[in-house]
Write a protein that binds this ligand. Structure first.
Ligand code: 5MM
Length: 335
């Protein structure tokens, strides 16, 4: 294993002012997103949408890497350039989602286990040939009455560690994504407690499996109130709770932490990231790997119409710029 190469890739992914675009929606999720603007999800519309994002002028100022879906890493832009090559030309690192989705966790109602370990070693070799330099696996932990169970947390932590080990063996930086969902009406304290429990189990599993921590990126949720909770913690409280949990459980060797947006609006995710980066110096870079919070406004502006392409790219550029400022704790400079 080339640890220096993993380390260099991880550091490039969380370079100053930059973060990751999550564009790895599975077929079902991208269909939901495209149908929300009234267009059907076809091979062509999915390609057009991703091409619009990737070809946004100067987006490489704020985007260090893009997480692709299996279909996307094999697609070409309209001029015939394979998407990974198009991204490389802009100095953006292509990555790949390698889990195959979340499934009910047997005998554990309401809980999910992520699958995709079968044949993973061989798939990773192919993704490297296609141009990927990092990989991603998402585990989903739900909060409810009596859940998450320790069994669900441990099973997901174990599969995340297996994924990370195989990725590093293949020369790919694993993005380890244990998402404790914000869906629900729980108070922020409960989200903090379950996030801490989950991350502690994940780092136990990573250390047991001897993962090189300086060659991974952690992709967690911010610690926040449930999306349906009546009382919503403000960005400062979110930032303090998030940092408190991360400092307890994330070893300092980890080079970077990139947050998911988890259903927060683009504005909320941006303001929270700014507040998190205003809490003082931390051992790790604190950046972003948003999906919805980076794409939402551009998707609405596009509406599937070629005459709106430029306006949509401007929306994407503007949001990415704001998120980048927030990542450096400098959002107020934009106002
Ligand atoms: C872009 O969405 C990713 C894939 O989700 P599905 O497998 O459910 O289609 C997802 O893993 C994403 O990378 C993270 O959840 C971050 O996205 P958000 O929208 O939460 O920032």
């Amino acid at each position: 294993m080339n640890v220096d190469k993993l380390d260099a890739t991880a550091r490039r992914l969380v370079a100053d002012s930059k973060g990751i675009l999550a564009a790895d929606e599975s077929s079902r999720t991208i269909a939901k997103r495209l149908e929300s603007i009234g267009i059907p999800s076809t091979e062509r519309t999915r390609r057009e949408w991703r091409e619009l994002l990737f070809t946004t002028p100067n987006i490489q100022r704020f985007i260090s890497g893009v997480i692709l879906f299996d279909e996307t890493i094999r697609q070409n832009a309209s001029d015939g350039t394979p998407f990974p090559k198009l991204l490389w030309r802009k100095g953006i690192i292509p990555g790949i989602k390698v889990d195959t989705g979340v499934y009910p966790f047997a005998e554990h109602p309401g809980e999910k286990l992520t699958e995709g370990l079968d044949g993973l070693r061989e798939r990773l070799v192919e993704y490297v040939e296609l141009g990927a330099q990092f990989s991603k696996w998402r585990a989903v932990i739900s909060i409810g009455e009596g859940i998450p169970t320790q069994a669900c947390i441990d099973a997901n932590a174990h599969t995340l560690a297996r994924f990370a080990l195989l990725s590093q063996e293949a020369g790919l930086v694993p993005i380890v994504e244990p998402e404790v969902l914000m869906e629900g009406n729980h108070p922020i304290e409960r989200h903090a407690q379950e996030t801490e429990r989950t991350l502690a189990a994940v780092f136990d599993a990573l250390q047991t499996d001897r993962i090189t921590l300086r060659g991974i990126i952690l992709k967690p949720n911010m610690v926040a109130s449930g999306l349906e909770a009546k009382v919503q913690a403000n960005p400062t409280v979110v930032a303090q709770a998030t940092i408190r949990v991360l400092r307890k459980v994330v070893p300092p060797e980890v080079p970077g932490i990139v947050f998911l947006s988890g259903g927060l609006t683009p504005e909320q995710a941006t303001v929270n990231l700014h507040a998190i980066n205003s809490q003082g110096k931390q051992p790790w870079q604190l950046s972003y790997s948003f999906g919805r919070a980076l794409q939402g406004e551009a998707l609405s502006a596009w509406g599937g119409k070629s005459e709106h392409l430029k306006a949509a790219q401007e929306e994407f550029y503007t949001r990415a710029k704001l998120v980048s400022l927030a990542r450096d704790g400098g959002l107020e400079k934009s106002t």
